[in-house]
Each structure stands twice: as C-alpha cells, then as structure tokens.
Design a protein around this ligand. Structure first.
Ligand code: GLN
Ligand code: ZN
Length: 749
C-alpha cells in the first residue's frame, strides 16, 4: 500500500506565504520572521498530507519563489552580477526572481517562462561562460532535516538534470553539453548528502521528457543519466515525468538503473499503451492517476479500470503532476453541497489517492460506492437549444464572406483611415481610483447611478484625450472590468466562481480561474453599453473590446464531461451574439482578444493541429463569420511565439491582428513575410511591461524596422499590449511619442 503526490501547493490555504513574503518585501518583517513563517507552513502542509494517510511525503517541493530557481541556486547557476551583490542568500535569491535596485547594486530579474502547458511561470536560469556548477545550496537538505525532526522520512524533490539544462538559457559560446560533467558531480553530491542524512529515495522531475525529442536531446538525456546513475551514492532514484507521455524514451527509461519511474496516466495519451508493452519487475511504477491540473472529482471506476491494465508489480499511486496547479482546499468554499461534492482541490485529491489505493486493496467499498453514486446522478442538465444550435453548424458558419482581400478594399473605403493607422490594445491604466470605485460599487457603497457616472466621466476624459493627440482608432479603456475572463464569465450561464481557488502563477502571485460548470450561454449583453456609449462621444471609430472563446476557455477550469472543443464552441456562440449586438449598436471595429491562444498549444508538434488548432481556429472564426464586410475585426495575442503557427493565425481570418513583438526584436516579421501573411498587423512598437518611456527616435526606428519587412499598407501602429498595469504619466508620454512617430513615418511613405 503506497501512495504519494508529486508536490503540494506552497502558498498556503489562505495564501499566507504570499502575504508574509510581501510584508518582507515591504520591509515590514525581517528575514528571520519570513523564514519562520515558511517553516510553520511546511510543517502544516506535511501534516495534512500525513493525516490524509499518504505514505510517501515529498519535501523540497516548497519554494520561496520558484522551484526551478531553487535548483539554479543549489547548483550555483547564478549570474556573476548577482553573485557579487553583497547581500544575504535569501536577498540574492529574490534578486534573481524580481531584480534588485538599491544601494548595493542594480540587477535585472531573470526572465520567466510558462511552465509547459500550465499557467505557472518558472524563472529561466542562465548559464554563462564563467558559470561554475557546484553544490552551493542547502535548502533541500534543510527541509529534509526539518521533516525528519517532525518524525517524517520524506522524499526530496528536485528538478532533474535533463529538464534543468533543457529549460535554461545559455550565453553565446556555451552549451548544455559543457556542463554535463560538473552537473552530474553536483547531483551526486546531493545524493551522497541526502543518503547520509537518512533519505531513501529522491524524486528527479523530468517533465522535459514528454516533449518531442531530437536525436541530440535524447543523447544528452542518456549521457546525463548514464553518468549520474553510475553512482547513486546509496540513494534510490525516482525519475518522475508529467504533462504527457514519454514515448520517445520509454524503451531507454526502462533499461536505466533507476529504481522507480513516474508516469502520467491522465495527460499521457500513450502512457498506458507504453506500459502495457512491458514494465520491468525490478522497478516501481509511480502511476499518476489523479489529475493534478483540474478541480473535478476523480471517477474511481474509470481510474481503477486504467490501473487494472498496468502490468507492473510494484505500484505507488500518485497525482498526474504536482498539486501546485490546483487550489488548496474546497473546505472554505461556499457552494451548496450538490455542487461542492463534484470538486476536489489539492487536499481532497489526497483523499482520492488514498481511496483508490484502499479500494485496490479491497478496503474502500464505501468510498467506491459513494463515488459511483456521485457520477451516476446527473450533474447538470443540457441546454437542448444550444446543443441543437451547435449540431446545426455547417462549414458556412465558420466562413466569413467575402474573402479577406475583398473586405480589405471595402474597409479601406468605409473607414478612410490614414496609412499606418494608430490605435491601442484596449485598456488604459487601472488607477487606484478606478479600482476603489469598482470595489465600492461591488460592496454596495456606490449606487449604480454613481458608478455609471464615474465610468462615463472617465471614458469621456480618455476619448477626448485620444482625439486631442490624434489617435485614429479609439478605445473606451476597459475601466469597468476587473479581469478579461472573469468579467465575461460573470455574464455567462454555466460559470462558477470560487472564493479561495487561488493557483500560483508566478512568484507569489496567484490567479483564480473561474470554473465552467455547465453549458455556456450569454445571459445578457456584456460590453454593448460602454462601447456604444464611447462611440456616441466621438466621430472617430471606437473599437469594441471582447475576450475570445479560446482565451476564456484556457483561463478557466474546463469541464471534463464534455470536450474542450464543445465547451469552446458554446463560448464562441455566446461571444458571437455579443459581436452581433455591438455591430447592431453601431460599433464597426471590434477586437476579439485571444491573449492565451498560444498558451495551450500541445507540447508535441504532432498534436498541434488535430488536438487543438483544428478546432480552436474555427471557434474564433465562428465568432465573427456573420458580420458585415465593412465591420472590421481585430484580434490581439500576447507573446509573439507563434512563428511556427503563422498560417493558423492567418486562418483566424481577422482583418487586423496586434501582438507583442517588441521584446522579441521583431523576429517574427521575417516569418510573416515568408508565409505571405494576409492579415493586417500591428506588431507592437514599444514594450508596455515596464514603466520605461521609449526614447525620442526609438519608436521611429522600430517602425522603420517593421516597414522593411511588412508592406506599409498592412501595418498598424500600437503598443504591444493593454495599458491597464501602467501609470497615467508614462502611458500618456509614450502614446504621444507613438502618434508622433507614426505621423513622421507616414510623411516618409
Ligand atoms: N484588451 C486587453 C487589454 O488591453 C488585452 C489584454 C491582454 O492581451 N492580456 O487589457
Ligand atoms: Zn496582450
């Protein structure tokens, strides 16, 4: 009887770690106080896991910021600029994560990237020419000891060497292979020290193995592990994978002298097939069977049916990935029991893993019966009308007519915009005042009339300002919105919102994804009021502003009883109704944001189209397919990492797309040119993610670089994302520069 989890949430039941850490950042508490609070939290979490009857408890899954950054620290992969700062270890650690600006120096934070296909971001370490990889940290040992003092023999968790190298950056002139030997030696030192402290087994997380691997990458993996496992220093090694299957290396994995292999039976499409072909009798299989990414109860019968087919002799039941990606507990939620019963957050998933193990051992009859009953009763009814609407969709519903080229000509006539038209991405600064008013309104301290008056006044000011500085396409500013998904979810049927369902996103920050509970329809018009109000205040076109179906889905917890594709189509129809209402209300330019479209692109290239783009792109087209030819559809995507899927982006058939290219040095422009991109483009002429105002001439140069690659007829001039996180002064200064630069460029055409 063995059960475990890959990792546990770190922020705490009520995000205690976040609030304590922020106090420390504000210098309200000392380093010692922060460390003590973190220690208490770890003890609390270990105890929860233990009390739930989980037999193997992980340690070092805790982190003050990010576990990838922890590994970089442990192995001394710290840029010289930070090494040299005269600061405490913890201060230097945070300097890497968030930058440091003070009397002792000035260093920038390391970049962050999305952790595989999750909304968690890891800090990207950088190997430099003089990086000396060696064992330099002690967190992993301290936490093992700490647990030991509580009477727990934990299994320390560490990013594996392959994933560590695969996901790091390398300075020009160095490459992963250069660090193999020093890294192996450092890992072996960790093994030796843990063994000395009394540890039995270490967990090395190797999620990078679930991606498509080239021959070189496979060779790197084998090289690392052959060397590493040649001397395990008396420790047992669990090689843990998640977020997919390991088809490229399974045959090698089972032959490596590891003691245990962890595989994902939830997201790994081929995992069962691989294992059925044979699993070595001398190794333990850690079977990830409880979904670590979604919030629904596990269906025991289904899980047991999978487990029964596994030929391995020694099985430990575990989560499909770290429980870091789900909220802490359902215990503090206020849903009625009939709803709450369907949810399992991290703590409840511990029960599920233990139940499944008990059932397999012939002891969990009551749990199995209750679970069967839960899944046997109908959870939500279907919306028959909506289902019929979807069933009745034909190719024509996904096709906008006339075709792009003809529309482009019609719209040129209709809008008579100057060359290189200027616009913004939608939001203007969400100042303290804006947020305070919204809060007061929500609490009932501000009446509807008062709140509306405030919004109208704010919109008026910004419309006037945009006219004054001579923008071509204006926006209303999104002052009424909290967030680009929740705001829409609140106006859709089928959505639920948790009180405390926070999931760590980056650093100490969390997001609270809404839950798609049932069939989704639009309850009422959502944006029409303020978009049409804004349009009524000016003769220039005002862009309506919506969130697209793929982004709404990707930033929610999706249903498991219908496909993600079907849920997205439902949302698409709801947003389509909104588009048509906006159009009818006289809003002739409508932006449908797909900020998160790139995010859920499957990890394996072979799955990109079939599993995702083949329905995600049509879902977007469904939203706008029936607008008039002279209604202009814009879309916006964050990140320009879509170089590989440019034809799919063109296939969204929007009239204009804006995206974040300013940080990637506009590399994507070459690809747009090579692929003969049709859609008009606003590549983003300055980076809004920092308060920095572009220098005189800077935007001019960027525009010049864009015009060298894209025909001027296709180019729009805009910032690279929404401005809601910026302050007013820098926003205004930057936008004035932007309009001036666009005008100057226009002159030169
Ligand atoms: N329209 C949104 C805004 O400007 C887009 C936000 C985003 O891309 N993340 O805020
Ligand atoms: Zn954006």
């Amino acid at each position: 009887m063995s059960t475990t989890i890959i990792g546990f949430p770190r922020l705490g039941e009520f995000r205690e770690l976040k609030f304590t850490t922020e106090k420390y950042f504000r210098k309200e508490i000392s380093e010692e106080e922060l460390l003590a609070a973190a220690k208490d939290l770890r003890a609390k979490h270990w105890n929860i896991v233990k009390e739930k009857g989980i037999t193997e408890i992980p340690s070092n899954d805790f982190s003050h910021y990010d576990n990838f950054l922890d590994a970089a620290f442990l192995f001394n992969v710290v840029p010289a600029s930070v090494q040299n700062l005269d600061l405490s270890d913890l201060e230097r650690y945070f300097a890497l994560g968030r930058g440091y600006q003070g009397e002792k120096g000035d260093v920038r934070a390391l970049p962050m990237k999305k952790w595989f296909n999750t909304n968690y971001h890891y800090i990207v370490p950088k190997f430099e020419k003089d990086t000396q990889v060696k064992l330099a940290g002690h967190k992993i040992f301290d936490e093992f000891q700490e647990a030991k003092e509580l009477g727990l023999n934990t299994r320390p968790v560490l990013v594996g060497p392959f994933t560590f190298l695969q996901l790091s950056d390398f300075e020009e002139g160095v490459k992963a292979e250069d660090f193999v030997d020093s890294l192996v030696a450092a890992y072996q030192e960790v093994f030796a020290k843990l063994a000395e402290l009394g540890a039995t087994r270490i967990q090395l997380d190797e999620a990078a193995l679930v991606k498509d691997l080239t021959a070189e990458e496979k060779a790197l993996f084998l090289n690392l592990y052959n060397k590493l496992l040649a001397d395990k220093k008396g420790l047992e090694v669990l090689l843990q994978t998640y977020f997919g299957d390991v088809r490229d290396v399974y045959a090698d994995l089972v032959n490596l002298p590891v003691d245990a292999i962890g595989l994902d039976f939830v997201e790994g499409k081929k995992t069962l097939e691989l294992v059925k072909a044979g699993f070595p009798a001398d190794k333990t299989l850690y079977a990830g069977i409880v979904n670590g990414k979604n919030i629904w109860r596990n269906n025991y019968e289904k899980s047991l049916a999978v487990l029964e087919q596994i030929p391995a002799e020694n099985i430990v039941l575990t989560s499909s990935c770290s429980l870091l990606h789900v909220p802490f507990t359902t215990a503090n939620e206020e849903f009625e029991p009939a709803i709450l019963n369907h949810f399992a957050f991290a703590v409840e998933k511990l029960d599920e893993i233990r139940d499944l193990d008990a059932i397999r051992n012939g002891q969990g009859e009551a749990a199995l019966a209750a679970n069967k009953e839960l899944f046997a009763t109908e959870r939500v009814g279907e919306n028959a009308e909506l289902r019929a609407r979807i069933a009745g969709l034909t190719d024509a519903d996904y096709t906008r007519l006339p075709a792009f080229a003809e529309r482009e000509a019609i719209q040129e006539e209709a809008f008579k915009l100057p060359a290189l038209p200027t616009t913004t991405i939608g939001s203007f600064p969400q100042t303290k005042e804006v947020r305070a008013k919204r809060l007061a309104y929500r609490k009932g301290e501000l009446s509807q009339e008062e709140y509306d008056a405030f919004l109208a006044e704010t919109i008026d000011e910004w419309i006037k300002w945009q006219e004054d500085i001579d923008f071509d396409v204006l926006v209303h500013g999104e002052f009424e919105r909290n967030d680009m998904v929740e705001y829409f979810g609140q106006n859709l049927s089928g959505y639920l919102f948790s009180k405390n369902g926070w999931v760590q996103s980056y650093g100490m920050r969390g997001v609270k994804p809404p839950i798609i509970w049932g069939d989704v329809t639009r309850l009422n018009p959502i944006t029409v009021k303020w978009s049409s109000y804004a349009q009524s205040r000016t003769n220039k076109p005002v862009k309506g502003m919506l969130t697209g179906p793929v982004t709404i889905l990707n930033w929610s917890f999706p249903r498991e009883d219908i496909s993600i594709k079907d849920s997205t189509l439902q949302i698409a129809l709801a947003i389509k109704d909104e588009v048509l209402d906006l159009e009818a209300a006289g809003v002739k330019i409508i932006q449908i944001d797909e900020a998160a479209l790139r995010e859920k692109l499957p990890l394996r290239r072979s799955d990109w189209y079939e599993d995702y783009l083949d329905w995600a792109i049509p879902a977007f087209r469904l939203v706008h397919s029936t607008v008039a030819p002279d209604t202009q559809i814009h879309t916006h995507m964050c990140y320009s990492e879509f170089t590989d899927i440019i034809p799919a982006i063109d296939n969204m058939d929007a009239d204009v797309i804006s995206f974040e290219a300013s940080r990637s040095n506009l590399e994507i422009l070459d690809e747009l040119k090579a692929k003969n991109f049709q859609t008009e483009v606003g590549p983003g002429v300055y980076d809004i993610h920092s308060p920095r105002v572009p220098n005189e001439g800077e935007i001019d140069n960027t525009i010049e670089a864009i015009l060298a690659k894209v025909p001027s007829k296709k180019v729009w001039i805009n910032p690279d994302c929404g401005l809601k996180t910026r302050g007013i002064p820098e926003t205004k200064e930057s936008l004035i520069r932007l309009v001036e630069a666009a005008k100057a460029a226009r002159e030169k055409l």
